[in-house]
Write a protein that binds this ligand. Structure first.
Ligand code: ADP
Ligand code: MG
Length: 255
């Protein structure tokens, strides 16, 4: 329901990397329950925006708000702990741990921010431990990872590693999920599993920012899109309007 206040807002966000303006005054709103597609050619600033929202890089100017809190330039562990969970273009699983172990770690939001190593002993009650195991099995069923439960993640096909990355993020019980090119390098079968996972997140009312180049995949999932080109907003609206938008067509055709 879009009538609500947005859960996440960026206002006039600018990001400079030593002389290069990667984002130039980006304002986005993410509403509860929606999937917002974030698209644009390579180097247009999509990952940078996710890196700013998740506190990986400091912003040059502008503001980021989450549930009425100003989270501008808060540290990544603070942001993850509040429930803004992101995945990376290159999966951040622990290669020498099994799928199940990686998913169990996922439940710890702080782990998602990458600041805790897997050697840290998370304190949980026995009941919490049991609930966690049930959730992990559910997610493994949904994404058909059960078959790989006891395999070391590093030995699995790349597409499966990417699905583990997304499944792990879901187990952190995000309030917002930021997915950076989750479909890249996936086979058709793996893509179907990923779509199942994303639909599951949406069915639970969790809003998603979905970055991807795969237009059919994006179109099948998103409610709206926001298009970047060279750090500038060139379109915001529905997919239909996007396909007819002159600036978008030019950005993609390189005219
Ligand atoms: P996208 O994800 O849309 O492909 P990025 O956000 O990764 O684009 O990059 C946007 C621009 O910012 C590119 O020109 C890229 O080279 C630059 N950039 C991204 N991260 C860094 C960094 N850590 N240091 C310097 N430049 C960067
Ligand atoms: Mg990127």
């Amino acid at each position: 329901n879009r009538s609500n206040q947005p859960i996440l807002t960026t206002t006039n966000v600018i990001k400079d990397f030593s002389g290069l303006r990667a984002l130039n005054g980006i304002s986005i709103k993410l509403y509860r329950g929606e999937i917002l597609g974030l698209i644009g050619p390579n180097g247009s600033g999509k990952s940078t925006l996710v890196n700013l929202i998740s506190g990986i890089y400091p912003i040059t100017s502008g503001k980021i708000s989450f549930e009425d809190h100003d989270i501008t330039n808060k540290q990544s562990h603070y942001i993850a702990n509040r429930g803004i969970i992101r995945t990376f273009q290159d999966p951040h699983n622990v290669a020498n741990m099994t799928v199940r172990e990686n998913l169990l770690l996922g439940n710890h939001r702080l782990y998602q921010s990458g600041i805790l190593s897997c050697t840290i002993n998370f304190k949980r009650s026995l009941v919490e431990e049991q609930e966690m195991l049930v959730k992990v099995e559910q997610i493994m069923d949904l994404s058909e990872l059960a078959h790989y439960a006891d395999d070391q993640v590093g030995n699995l096909p790349y597409g499966i590693q990417r699905i583990v990355e997304v499944a792990r993020a879901i187990l952190a019980e995000p309030k917002i999920l930021l997915l950076d090119e989750p479909a890249a390098g996936l086979s058709e079968t793996e893509l179907k599993l990923l779509i199942q996972l994303i639909r599951y997140v949406k069915s639970r009312g969790i809003p998603i920012v979905l970055i991807d180049h795969h237009m059919e995949f994006v179109a099948s999932l998103v409610d709206r899109v926001f298009v970047l080109d060279s750090g500038e907003e060139i379109y915001s609206g529905d997919m239909k309007g996007m396909k007819q938008n002159k600036q978008v067509i030019e950005a993609y055709l390189g005219v």
